[in-house]
Design a protein around this ligand. Sequence first.
Ligand SMILES: [Mg+2]
Length: 360
Amino acid sequence: MKITDVIFHDLNYRVKRRYRNCCSPWIDSRPASVVEVRTDNGLVGWGEGSGALSREAIETHVIGKSPFDYEVIFEALGQVRLACGVEIALWDLMGKALDMPVYQLLGGSRRSSVTAYASGFFPLEGGDHVEAVIEEAHRCVGEGFRALKLRIGFGREMDERLVSSVREAVGDGVGVAGDVNLGYDVATAIEVGLKLVPYDLLWYEEPTVGDDLDGYCEIKQALPLCVTGAEGLVGLRAFREIVQRRAVDVIQPDISRAGGFTEGRRIAALASAHRVGVMPHMFGTVIRLAATLQWLATLPEDPGGIHPTPCYLEMDVMENGLRTDLSPTRFDVEEGIVRIPDGPGLGVEIDPEALRRYAR
Ligand SMILES: [Mg+2]
């Protein structure tokens, strides 16, 4: 089996109602880079990455190679972030060629399903934010979610109001996490974190800027909360210091940014060696969702012990046709659980008509 072509699909979904987090401008579109890799035996592999490689890089390092040379190809491409989509598509192809799910090629699954948390609760344009968040929390719990991740970072009073209102609305049986999206300086992150301690947060995400590891260590020391971060990091080496210093309790690498399955496995091994948890970030198309599920099937509950870090799936619940309409394959949440696909490769089919519809 030889690779004959690599096609980058530049997609976009325009959201109907704009939203933002504490640090972003208003978000009105959800762009995505989807990669299609074709082979001489008619198989097609799909991946999602972050940007497109040059034609020259593809011709030199990918065309004519076997997908089973995935590690050599990935390293030859060099640019980890841009190579993620191709890397994921190679695993999809290997799985399809062997009629096995990707998790089987990664060493087997530790679970057939995973607990999903609803990741949303962004301020929407227009309307009362706290009311909208409470309504969304009720809707998500009604859909079966047993864990929710709120966007916070809007100042000490607003953050406490958001978390306490949701806690009151959903009760103690539903997990609630808070994502600051890098919004605070260290002193504010500690002050707000202390205010949130009584609400039993599952975790406190990205409380300050990602490159301030001293700051993360201070925050972690000051708070009896699980501190998480590193969703923006690219490649194994970028994770080295944050993991070695245990500046967070749990890292959140994104498979379509950190380096696909190849680099993702190395990052997870590094984290395991330092007793740091891994809980992947997932915010993208149905392909990234399927790839994340394959990876989640294989991650050990590590650190173990009585209270292992749970393997949560981040289920982006914001409006995005690239997650909901790009494939006829459904990833429904039932009783808070999502089944890991066991079809060949990533276990997701792509609708060519939808691919055309969302082309930029
Ligand atoms: Mg986040």
